[in-house]
Design a protein around this ligand. Structure first.
Ligand code: AMP
Ligand code: TRP
Length: 327
């Protein structure tokens, strides 16, 4: 039996290069060695207001991105979170062992609540990390491949698993996060101190996976750079470092080799080539996404749900039994 990985993305906005490099790219690499479950977390998406028609469209779109990126349904199991009601049930139970201050200190909650306006942030937004813990713990997950912004949630998941195990006996595996240094935090093109984000206020923050050639060129041309004109990979040049990381991850050329390639050249050449690298990555991906029909993808997601359902059911029954519910 292979160890299990679990991860998910919310269908709540345009997926961007940060999502791909921070998460999906690693999933594709890991799916050979792990029993992999990849979820489209629509129940997380509704913690902020969503238009129902858009939510439906985006849920299918995210699954298409998984498949077009190389998630192979023969090796991995993609499914839609809301198809498995056990996620919500376990979340309710975990709610009863989580403490309010543990959730209050979650950075993502603080950021999003601030954006929503403190008075209008939903209880669901507050509870979001518990639902994520439930996603992970239902499947005896060992490894959770994510970007850096999720590490705090995985730490909380471990805390809750440990607390439950102590109180009710060994039930949950304590999961570990999986991140890779160069890709765990892709920064905004307009501001290298903030992560690339689908909820950014300016479209110049991110490159969406759906961006066309002209848009990519325009965004990269506008991307902020640091002082100086040489192409060097260094912590004191965070904007350039971020661009080199993107270049390196998409082309599989190391940052050192990229530095060498641009000795005696400047930002103009570097940015032109970076735009080529990004476009050469995006165009085949977009073509594959277009070729996938909604019907085909929905069938794969339904098959996925059928496959994971018994695992979730068994774990939830074990939990209910341990806490004293009558089966
Ligand atoms: P989300 O878009 O919040 O549902 O995130 C989906 C996945 O992409 C999570 O694993 C995130 O950690 C990852 N991710 C999002 N933004 C970035 C980023 N700028 N750099 C690296 N990973 C990211
Ligand atoms: N919270 C994650 C994000 O915003 C998405 C997510 C939900 C997730 N459940 C998960 C990621 C379980 C990993 C494992 O990116």
């Amino acid at each position: 039996m292979k160890p299990r990985i679990f991860s998910g993305i919310q269908p709540s906005g345009n997926l961007h290069l940060g999502n791909y490099l921070g998460a999906i790219r690693n999933w594709v690499k890991l799916q050979d060695q792990y029993d992999s479950i990849f979820c489209v977390v629509d129940m997380h998406a509704i913690t902020v207001p969503q238009d129902p028609t858009e939510l439906r469209r985006r849920t299918i779109e995210v699954a298409k991105v998984y498949l077009a990126s190389g998630i192979d349904p023969k090796k991995s199991t993609p499914f839609i979170q809301s198809h498995i009601s056990e996620h919500a049930e376990l979340a309710w139970i975990l709610n009863t062992i989580a403490k309010i201050p543990e959730l209050e200190k979650m950075t993502q909650f603080k950021d999003k609540a601030q954006k929503a306006g403190k008075e209008s942030a939903s209880v669901g937004l507050f509870d979001y990390p518990i639902l994520m813990a439930s996603d992970i713990l239902l499947y005896d997950t060992e490894l959770v491949p994510v970007g850096k912004d999720q590490l705090q949630h995985i730490e909380l998941t471990r805390t809750l698993a440990e607390r439950f195990n102590k109180k009710f006996g060994e039930t949950f595996i304590l999961p570990k996060a999986f991140t890779t240094k160069e890709s765990e935090n892709i920064m905004g093109l307009d501001d290298p101190t903030k992560k690339m984000s689908k909820s950014a206020s300016s479209e110049y923050n991110y490159i969406a996976l759906t961006d066309d050639e002209e848009t990519v060129r325009r965004k990269i041309k506008k991307a902020v750079t640091d002082s100086g004109s040489e192409i060097v990979y260094s912590d004191d040049k965070p904007a350039l470092k971020n661009l080199i990381n993107i270049y390196s991850l998409l082309s599989e050329i190391s940052p050192k080799e990229i530095e060498k390639k641009y000795v005696g050249k400047g930002y103009f050449d570097f940015k032109n080539d970076l735009a080529d690298v990004v476009i050469n990555f995006l165009q085949p991906l977009q073509k594959k996404i277009e070729e996938l029909s909604d019907e085909k993808v929905l069938k794969i997601l339904e098959d996925g749900a059928k496959k994971v359902q018994p695992i979730a059911k068994k774990k939830l029954e074990e939990v209910k039994n341990k806490i004293g519910f009558i089966g």
